[in-house]
Ligand binder design. Structure first.
Ligand code: 4AD
Ligand code: MG
Length: 432
């Protein structure tokens, strides 16, 4: 075996008759009698390969005629300028070796529907568009990590098996844990709250699980969650962190992905992540909705429809703060100036996309937390260790969770969060 040294992307800058050897896959094939055109793809792009009788060896021509779409091939030839070829360069093929044949006709063809593509996601991943999405995703997370590291956060890794709900019982996945009932975590928040007493500023990037029953374009049952928690921080400190992280990560990912955005067909205006992000209170959000003819009862959470209508009026992400108690989980700190609302903040993406971040200040007083747990009809026994954290040097602290797929959906203009996942998991989709 040789380590591959030449990629399709490099060939475009060669031309002029340089001899090249490429390893790739046949994306498409066109037969014109004594001339066969193969579009050969690798991880960096697609290039046209001309296999012509008289130029190519006899076996190369035979292989080109019989080879199927998505067969793996080794191409040897010369890179030549040709204005008719996509990208202005093609390979005049000398040798064509079939490394891995296509045993059957490749099932993914133009015109197949979205459902078919998801049923064949393991094969559809080869498409340049899917690859582009995955590259932007990787760049976004790389930038997020760099931002956290530069701002003194320590990366921690938390358990997935848990014993009590963070975000309410309705979306908990039950697991049989050697005869005991356990759950898959909805958020690592509580473990992060424990960790701040040693590390002060922590972050995690790992999957969260929600037994979401509703079928929407923004809900997955398994999603990647960027979460952070800070000691000695209030709501405004938290919003500064979210603003800094989101604007930096998106800017970096967009600036480093020009080619990917072209492949996807998306233009993203960087001014839409220029801080500061506007802050509006929940009560103001209700008024804005009212002015659009949507009335929502005070206390209800903003649903997908309300968020869509609300965010259509914005060009940048914005915070909605001070949600009512009844719309938020028990751990949210009630506002000392108005006990009906909490020191909470969601970040909503503009142009109809909606919530991408949820967070706020936590209750740090032992008795107040115990009271809220009881008020919600939860069993304090199940939250014993979480309550314990309020017994020994408890301090004001805040944190948030950002949905990676939700952020990508907005940045890349994807119809559904499913397209932001390698293998999406939803209520209806567990295969492949
Ligand atoms: O608003 P959520 O439920 O907040 C929490 O889980 C907090 N405990 C986080 C924290 O403070 N550490 O979820 C946070 C974000 C949402 O804003 C959304 O982006 C994403 O996680 N999210 C989902 N993404 C895809 N599919 C789902 N079913 C999601 N549920 C939440
Ligand atoms: Mg939320």
């Amino acid at each position: 075996m040789v380590v591959k040294t030449l990629f399709v992307r490099d060939v475009f800058s060669l031309a002029g008759g340089s001899r090249v050897e490429l390893l790739g896959w046949v994306r498409n094939k066109r037969l014109h009698g004594k001339l066969v055109f193969l579009d050969v793809r690798d991880s960096t792009g697609v290039i046209q390969v001309a296999v012509k009788v008289g130029v190519a060896s006899g076996s190369a021509y035979e292989n080109a005629v019989r080879v199927g779409r998505e067969a793996a091939v080794r191409v040897v030839g010369e890179a030549v300028k040709d204005p008719r070829a996509p990208g202005g360069v093609e390979i005049a093929c000398r040798e064509l070796e079939v490394i891995g044949d296509a045993l059957e006709e490749f099932p993914i063809k133009p015109g197949v529907g979205a459902r078919f593509l998801h049923d064949h996601r393991h094969l559809h991943l080869r498409s340049p568009k899917v690859s582009a999405v995955m590259r932007v995703r990787a760049k976004l997370l790389d930038a997020a990590r760099r931002w956290f590291e530069e701002h003194g956060f320590v990366e921690i890794h938390c358990p997935t098996f848990i014993t009590a709900a963070v975000e309410g019982g309705a979306t908990l996945f039950k697991v049989d844990y050697f005869g005991r009932e356990a759950y898959l975590t909805q958020s690592v928040q509580f473990y992060q709250e424990a960790a701040i007493y040693g590390l002060e500023k922590v972050y995690s990037i790992q999957p969260s699980f929600r037994a979401e029953k509703s079928k929407t374009r923004r809900h997955l049952t398994e999603f990647w969650h960027v979460e952070a928690e800070l000691a000695h921080a209030g709501l405004e400190d938290l919003m500064k962190v979210v603003e800094g992280l989101v604007s930096f990560s998106v800017r970096e990912a967009v600036e480093r992905s020009a080619e990917e955005f072209r492949t996807i067909g998306r233009t993203f205006n960087l001014s839409s992540v220029e801080p500061p992000f506007e802050r509006i209170k929940y009560a103001e959000a209700l008024e804005l909705l009212e002015s659009r003819g949507v009335s929502l009862e005070w206390g209800s959470d903003l649903g997908a429809d309300e968020e869509r209508i609300l965010t259509q009026q914005f060009e940048k992400p914005f915070f909605v703060t001070h949600y009512p108690r009844e719309a938020k989980a028990f751990y949210h700190m009630p506002d000392p100036h108005d006990g009906r609302v909490t020191l909470s903040a969601d970040l909503l993406a503009p142009q109809g996309y909606g919530e991408i971040v949820g967070g706020g200040q936590r209750i740090h007083d032992y008795n107040q937390l115990l009271e809220r747990i009881r008020e919600e009809g939860l069993n304090p026994e199940e939250y014993k260790w979480y309550l314990d954290l309020r017994k020994y040097g408890s301090v004001p602290h805040s944190g948030f969770g950002l949905g990676v797929e939700r952020l990508l959906q907005w940045v890349l203009g994807l119809r559904s969060v499913r397209s932001a996942c390698l293998f999406p998991r939803t209520r209806a989709r567990l295969y492949p």
